[in-house]
Design a protein around this ligand. Structure first.
Ligand SMILES: [Zn+2]
Length: 51
């Protein structure tokens, strides 16, 4: 599979009830098929507003 385009992608975030770990379910449309991927999102800190 060589098409890594970001079109037609839905991501759903979730938390594991057992260990509290975060994950994301990703549904990707590719040539008429729906591919499901489970990935661990990398959470990055966003700059907090001053004050
Ligand atoms: Zn878990």
């Amino acid at each position: 599979m060589t098409d890594y385009g970001r079109r037609h992608v839905i991501s759903l975030g979730g938390v594991c009830e057992l260990c509290g770990g975060r994950f994301a379910l990703e549904f990707k449309q590719h040539k008429g098929q729906t591919l499901v991927t489970i990935r661990k999102p990398v959470w990055t800190e966003v700059d907090a507003p001053a004050g």
